[in-house]
Design a protein. Sequence first.
Length: 327
Amino acid sequence: MKYLALFLIFLFQAVHAEEPAPWRIAIIGDTHDSPKRMEGSEGVAVNFIKTLYGEILKHQVDMVVQVGDMADIEGSAPVNGLAKRKELNKMLEEKGIPFYAVRGNHESLPFRAEQFRELFLPTWKQGAKGLATRKLNYGIRHKNASLYFMDIDLTPDQLVDFSAWVKRNRSKANTVPRHCLIFTHRTLQTPMQFRECLWGRYNDSAAEQQNIFYRNLRDAGVRFVITGHLHAHDLYMITSPDGKNTLTSLICAPAGNKVLPIPFLLPAKSRVKTLQYRSGITAYYILNIYPDSMTLDTYAAPNNGITDQGPQGSEFKKLHSYAIPMN
């Protein structure tokens, strides 16, 4: 009886053991300032970023990721904004926190690509593990996750090629991390009046390529795609045009003072199922990554698009957390 009791106690403790602590990725959306009202800002939402970084550092994150549009650079204007944006990352570097980014449409011109490569593309020397690069697409490995960063404005065929590249990288690895995430700027879907997403003007454009893209990402273990561009918080599930593969995706709220008008959301009968939607906010996100699950925490503050200063730390309120579906 004594040994049976000890066994039962051990069993009870094993069942009720706490889940291992997660590691965390902080995610921020567009940080360009429009119009450029702050002297010396170079089109960067300086005050917003400083406030957000102060809040993010409270979460003991492993890294910070930005999904493009780091500065408001118009036409052929000088690219000082990217250098200014890089300068603000000293707040993170002092704490040993790496920063990863993708290009947005504000960094899409060829000569900006070269500055992006110089300032933001990770290298082996910087300690990026499992680094794989293909032009300005790249991937890294961290603990139990593979993270892939997709460049701006790929054609539908190039999007298929990117998804196949991710799948190949995952299949040839000696050990495959449990999670796989994609970060890019443009969205998988678009509300009606904006009419621009990864695939073109309409959600159902390039349907054949979409089907392959979704299938490849699912086969690679991707369950979550994080984007920006539309300046509104939109967490949703989307199914490929053929109805065979589903991904969860997040459109990040802006981390600057440019706010777009409230979009017309797609009807419920579409391929998109909205999980959480907010407009008129600035936000940052904490993605908690556990051994076999992920949860998304959103910290939002009001944003009327007028103030230069941005919200105060006390204004950020945590929205309802979401568990990212793993099936």
